[in-house]
Write a protein that binds this ligand. Structure first.
Ligand SMILES: [Zn+2]
Length: 96
């Protein structure tokens, strides 16, 4: 029988800190911001027709094109969307 891993006890407990936050502060560890439900994400939108159906132009650094109105350029804009919509867009961009 293999011994149970000690990893189940967080380091901050083993080292006698009162909380994980205190431990992280001492060690200089910064917590990654956690995404909350309904939190806003930013997606690229076409500056001309506000469509989110935009893609980077292959072979042109920093250039974008809109599939809807055929706009092409570098002045792409961003729009805040909710998490749910954001992941739908990501999935679509990855062609799922
Ligand atoms: Zn457009």
């Amino acid at each position: 029988m293999p011994k149970k891993s000690k990893l189940s006890t967080p380091a901050w407990i083993l080292e006698g800190f009162n909380s994980e936050a205190e431990y992280n502060k001492k060690k200089g560890i910064k917590n990654k911001p956690k995404a909350k439900a309904g939190e806003e994400f930013y997606v690229k939108v076409c500056p001309q027709c506000r469509s989110k159906d935009v893609n980077v132009v292959i072979g042109e650094v920093g250039a974008w094109e809109c599939k809807k109105c055929n706009w092409k350029g570098r002045s792409i804009e961003e729009e805040a969307v909710l998490e749910e919509e954001y992941f739908k867009i990501i999935e679509r961009m990855e062609g799922k």
